[in-house]
Design a protein around this ligand. Sequence first.
Ligand SMILES: *Cc1c(COP(=O)(O)O)cnc(C)c1O
Length: 238
Amino acid sequence: MASTTTESKIADNLGRIERRMADACDRSGRTPDSVKLVAVVKYAELPWVEALLAQGVADLGESRPQQLLERIPLIDGGVRWHLVGHLQRNKARKVLPAVSLVHSVDSFRLLTTLERLAGELELTPNVLLQVNVAGETAKHGFDPEELRNGWDTVTACERVQVEGLMAMAPYADDPEASRPVFRHLRELRDRLRDDALPLSQLSMGMSRDFEPAVEEGATVVRIGSGLFEGLERDRDRA
Ligand SMILES: *Cc1c(COP(=O)(O)O)cnc(C)c1O
């Protein structure tokens, strides 16, 4: 059970973030229901996750496949799970049936593996393609040019449903520094999409930069630390 202070802190944090999302929607002429919040719980204690669910959050994200698979049985049903971090191909068979969206397909090799597994498992998994917009060497993701050149591999997928694109901006104190990355992702999406593959989802924006992301067209924001401000963890999840 989550304590009252945990619950009220999380309710406050969530309420504040949702208001800021709604304001960002307002500023950019969008309706608040056009953006979904995925609560990234990789650093959260179990009672914090329960407090989020009690607030009506139904979309939870983990960045590591192993943690994701360990957590699922600990949380009551009714949750849509999102994998937001790198998926090793040898973990894909277990992860695919467990998640509603993989945000982080970062290579044609992984995409091809998922297509094959989806056939074997008779699934039609929803995925996003992660793009390394800023060209950071330490980050996963397609180079934009590589993605455009290999687009045939994407359109050839029959099982895997490519719903859109995902990106992370390089770390910066100023959220405005992320805006060009988000804009670039949207423009790339606009160039790649067509009627057969509308790429309607843009997963971009985290605790520190979700406002410019929403203004630039995010349909999904991935929020972790901001939801848990003011809470102390009592043990490390290594
Ligand atoms: C951890 C993580 C997030 C959430 O980041 P916060 O800064 O804690 O909001 C979002 N996306 C990915 C891919 C992550 O790994």
